[in-house]
Design a protein around this ligand. Structure first.
Ligand code: ATP
Ligand code: MG
Length: 403
């Protein structure tokens, strides 16, 4: 049994100790499990904490009145402690998988080993007690050391049960910069057709996590090798040539709109069908809008547009992403000062005008209607071209002169 020094325990784990103490003092076992334990052992930043216990959901609830059901049928109860939420899941085994995604039933068990057995990869099947002892039934520690993604027990069965694991494996390769164990890889390639059972929402979620990982090019090679691209709507058959260029290998992505824009600009997905493709991938309208804005900005710059029209009406965050992509893809050397083009605009949108339709009615004798809108549009144009200052007096004087 490996024992970890508890003085090095991350703050997030320490904060959960009152909770684990209470469970233990009532005779229950409780362990830190899942991604946060894996990431801590790898010295990577940790996200949300997963706890596993042999207490049944109702037993957990009776010990912690400040709790609510999250997925009680799967054994998960959320406990609130000092304004933080902790997910505690009862040890369970999964029944048969009939749709290659969801277990038909789950059964609560009292034994840790059984619970760890249902998990996807050895590195995700470790558990650590609040005292720091690590349980490693499936070789997860060695695989962490050797940077290997390996299924728990039989990989053919594991991918057969839940085909999402195919994409999870690909995503962990990128996120952790690990390699697939050869037998796991063989099984993964064989079971790829089962991805037909996985919803595009889940594939989308895993794909973006993959793209945010450091070794996303390595994952793309696997996608190509295993022919996973068939399950990625509208990806172009020639994607491999574009995406695997060496000069992109160091790019680290942080933002989903940045990722899609990159992929459209490289024509990994067809750039003239942004909204159609992103709808196929069940994306939000705001994402679609941002990607369109970034790609337009990028293309406008490429075609030589440099005046206010390049920046006007856009979100600064989108301009920053577009600039990042111009530098990375197009070898531009645009620095901070490039953004002056945006920052120094007299107005950033029509509502920034120092005059409103109401003002025109009140001070320049305008009638409500089309004429008003036309005048505001004219002001927008003149202010942007710096033919007139954006102050109320000047604008009203100009409006009166036009009557
Ligand atoms: P991260 O949170 O960093 O994305 P994670 O490994 O914590 O990664 P979660 O989806 O949060 O992933 O799941 C928590 C744990 O539940 C995993 O570590 C794994 O043990 C188990 N798990 C999650 N999804 C599956 C699955 N599809 N099949 C088997 N076990 C799974
Ligand atoms: Mg997690």
């Amino acid at each position: 049994m490996v024992k970890k020094k508890l003085d090095k325990l991350p703050e997030l784990f320490k904060k959960a100790l009152p909770l684990t103490k209470k469970l233990q003092s009532h005779g229950f076992e409780v362990y830190f499990v899942g991604g946060s334990l894996r990431d801590w052992l790898l010295n990577e930043p940790i996200n949300d904490l997963d706890l596993a216990t042999n207490a049944l959901p109702l037993e957990v609830k009776s010990l912690f009145p400040h709790s609510f059901d999250t997925g009680i049928q799967h054994g998960t109860v959320t406990v609130v402690l000092h304004h933080e939420n902790y997910e505690i899941t009862t040890f369970r085994t999964d029944g048969d998988y009939l749709d290659h995604r969801h277990p038909n039933s789950v059964k609560f068990v009292r034994n840790l080993e059984e619970d760890l057995k249902r998990r996807d990869f050895t590195i995700n099947a470790l558990a650590m007690s609040p005292q720091g002892e690590i349980s490693d039934y499936y070789g997860g520690l060695a695989d962490l050391n050797n940077k290997i993604i390996r299924c728990v027990l039989n990989p053919f069965e594991r991918f057969n049960e839940d085909a999402l694991r195919i994409f999870r494996a690909i995503r962990f390769v990128s996120q952790l910069n690990f390699s697939l164990d050869p037998i796991t890889k063989k099984a993964l390639i064989k079971k790829v057709p089962l991805l037909a059972n996985i919803s595009i929402e889940r594939i989308h979620h895993e794909f973006i996590k993959m793209m945010k990982g450091v070794a996303w090019q390595k994952s793309f090679k696997l996608i190509y090798q295993a022919k996973i691209d068939q399950y990625m709507p509208s990806i172009q058959p020639s994607f491999k040539t574009q995406i695997l260029e060496n000069r992109f290998s160091k790019i680290v992505f942080h933002d989903e709109a940045e990722i899609w824009s990159f992929l459209f600009i490289l024509n990994v997905f067809p750039i003239n069908q942004i909204s159609k493709v992103l709808n196929q991938w069940k994306s939000s309208n705001s994402l679609i809008k941002n990607v369109q804005e970034i790609c337009n900005f990028y293309q406008n710059y490429e075609t030589g547009l440099r005046d206010y029209q390049l920046f006007y009406g856009l979100k600064l965050s989108n301009i920053k992403i577009g600039t990042f992509l111009l530098n990375k893809i197009n070898n531009c050397k645009l620095g901070e000062s490039f953004l002056d083009g945006y920052n120094n605009l007299p107005i950033h949108q029509i509502s920034d005008l120092a005059i409103s339709g109401k003002d025109l009615i009140q001070f320049a004798n305008f009638q409500p209607g089309k004429e008003l809108g036309k005048m505001l549009k004219l002001f927008e144009n003149k202010v942007l071209k710096r033919e007139i200052n954006n102050n109320k007096q000047d604008l009203i004087a100009y409006a009166r002169s036009q009557k």
